[in-house]
Design a protein around this ligand. Sequence first.
Ligand code: FE2
Ligand code: FE2
Length: 260
Amino acid sequence: MKVLFIGDIVGNPGRRAVKELLPELRRRHGLQLVVANGENSAGGSGITPKTADEIFSSGVDIITSGDHLWDQKEVNDLVERERRFLRPLNYPAGTPGQGSLVFHADGLPPVGIINLQGRTFLPPLDNPFHAALAEVEQLRRTARLILIDFHAEATSEKIALARLLDGRISALIGTHTHVQTADEQIFPGGTAFLCDAGFTGPHDSVIGREIEPVIKRFMTGRPQKFEVAGGRTLLQGALLEIDDSNGKAKRIERVSESLP
Ligand SMILES: [Fe+2]
Ligand SMILES: [Fe+2]
């Protein structure tokens, strides 16, 4: 199975990049499943049913999220009703929505997909390691192929979770830092890994925001309005090839496509 994982889609430029580049990427790579992190798709903070619809109609099958999940109040609709949308699994018991799902499509093996959030330099949710182990165990009853979006800040936390799950899942891709790492690899048990997929949006920026206000914030310590930047726009993520027969990864490749 050929899968594209798209890193955090930031604002209107990010949505435009997906709309204009994904159809060609689907053709070129014969993609059968596209998963995208959409937590910054609405004005750079959060996601709404409208921005989610736009992303789905561009050819994304499943949208994941992270710490910016609740930034827009309209998200509740999405969390409660959209079956193609994931929030991090390790929110406290009783949180609406779903942290995992099984993707079914004609002629394809079922694929389990899990969204988790790290706890290092992020709000203290439930332990993602224990949550992941239990959920993977559960999903493996129906799906040999399992993908995880681990939305986390610390590289060590992401590597540790992927190492723990090596051989039990097809791939763990990190999101959240908006900086694509160059450590794509397949671990000995057959789990593909990339510490961070990067972000889809304007790259003449500070992780998607206009440069000047961010510099000013660091220099003065005073809050600034961070608008989504413009200019050079990239779609970033990772391309995966997974063996349908055993769920092991055969290939992982970084993607960084420029919007003309
Ligand atoms: Fe993000
Ligand atoms: Fe994030």
